[in-house]
Design a protein around this ligand. Structure first.
Ligand code: HAM
Length: 417
């Protein structure tokens, strides 16, 4: 059998990981800047956490979860998203006790059994944040502005922020009724999924990509016209903050997001540089999830950005990340004595904080010099019997192709300069 990565998964290779690390580091720094701390939760959770909190009828729960049973017959699921696990941890460790608003971020691998295509994988990575403990629209604005600062910091300037409010359990039933009345009589024009949604979860019809469904729903009533006073005030306040911060957005009355936990604010970032899978991130409020999990009313908001899609966007936009992929020195040796000495020298250079390497395959000097180039070394340190006798190394500046002799005890200072 020829082994390959399972369908829908991929390897991120050494030539690409520095770019991923760069983007992750930018994200970490911005989270720190905004007062968010990292949380790491397990890769799998009890299945019920997801079935109860994401919504039975969502695509993720109904068809995309990687669920398995342990020998003791406990049902576990590879996390398909990061919000429910983070709220589970929030409740389990009583994280709200220390600070009234708990601000968390994560970088997590997530698993969804989806049909793979460009930008859609069965394992993807999300950069996520969750602010737990406030219903203040200023926090909604903070979450969105964090994403906007992050995009800017990595060079993604062209994207669209779609914004909507999907109300709360208080105002949504009125809208639901109006939507059902509007669609009534045209259910047979809907796709089979939407026909089922009409019965069970009508709001989901709004973001169906099927063109027939889009036609039917084109003139549907708008959720934002049915908001209760509280939701309406919250939405207006958020828009006011975004305007004040100069953050552009497009109101999208059909944006309902893929999970049932959302309340009030819903938003998505869309990149024109990608194909069909153009959502580079999304999020919203989920004011009732903590209550579902541990009984306390703790309003919250967050987002998840798809790291895989961000990397594709950067590539499609031709953004060159300033990734420094060089090592300080590569030691090239001639003869056994020099090779032996190189082991000690390498150890002391590395202990001094220099990134260095050498050859372990007994190649010719010429081949080792080539390796110094392939390893992106700033300097090649050349050692032979002659150098050992004189206590010096021949040091070649790989960029400028110049060469000089440096005493062993001055080598660290020289390379550090
Ligand atoms: P989501 O919209 O399902 O939200 O995912 C967030 C982002 O993850 C998407 O916009 C997309 O960029 C990326 N993504 C999702 N599925 C895939 C996939 N199969 N392949 C590649 N990228 C993918 C959530 O997961 C929510 N938990 C976000 C959130 C946090 N809401 C509140 N807090």
């Amino acid at each position: 059998m020829e082994y390959r990565a399972p369908r829908g998964t991929r390897d991120i290779l050494p030539q690409d990981t520095p770019h991923w690390q760069y983007v992750e580091e930018k994200f970490r720094n911005i989270c720190k800047n905004y007062g968010f701390s990292e949380i790491r939760t397990p890769t799998f959770e009890h299945t019920e956490l997801f079935t109860r909190n994401l919504g039975d009828l969502t695509d993720v729960v109904s068809k995309e979860m990687y669920t398995f049973s342990t020998k003791g017959n406990t049902s576990l699921t590879l996390r398909p998203e990061g919000t429910a696990p983070t709220m589970r941890a929030y409740c389990e460790h009583n994280l709200g006790e220390r600070l009234p608003v708990c601000k968390l971020y994560y970088i997590a691998n997530l698993f969804r059994y989806e049909r793979p295509q460009a930008g859609r994988y069965r394992q993807h990575t999300q950069l996520g944040i969750e602010a737990v403990g406030t219903s203040d629209a200023a926090m909604d604005a903070e979450i969105i502005s964090l994403a906007s600062s992050f995009f800017k910091s990595i060079g993604i300037c062209e994207y669209m922020l779609k914004l909507n409010s999907i109300g709360c359990p208080g105002c949504r039933p009125n809208y639901r009724k109006a939507l059902l009345e509007y669609v009534d009589g045209r259910v047979d024009e809907l796709c089979s999924s939407c026909a089922a949604r009409y019965e069970q979860n009508p709001l989901r019809m709004l973001d169906c990509k099927n063109s027939d469904c889009k036609d039917v729903l084109a003139g549907a009533p708008r959720l934002t016209d049915y908001l209760c006073d509280e939701c309406s005030y919250h939405f207006e306040t958020l828009k006011g903050y975004l305007d004040a911060l100069g953050i552009d957005y497009v109101l999208d009355p059909n944006l309902v997001r893929g999970f049932d936990y959302y309340t009030k604010t819903a938003f998505e970032f869309v990149s024109g540089a990608l194909g069909a899978q153009n959502a580079i991130g999304g999020g919203g409020r989920y004011d009732n999830m903590v209550e579902e999990i541990c009984g306390k009313h703790v309003p919250s908001i967050g987002f998840g950005l798809g790291l895989d899609r961000l990397m594709l966007t950067l590539e499609a936009m031709g953004v060159e990340l300033p990734v420094e992929n060089k090592i300080d020195a590569y030691i090239c040796t001639m003869g056994e004595n020099a090779h032996r000495y190189a082991v000690e020298l390498l150890y002391s250079l590395r202990n001094a904080g220099l990134a260095c390497d050498m050859d372990y395959t007994a190649r010719s000097l010429k081949a080792q010099m080539k390796l110094a180039g392939k390893n992106n070394a700033k300097y090649a340190i050349i050692l032979g019997d002659n150098e050992l006798e004189r206590g010096i190394a021949t040091v070649k500046n790989m960029g400028e192709s110049t060469q000089c002799e440096i005493a062993f005890d001055e080598l660290i200072d020289f390379l550090k300069k």
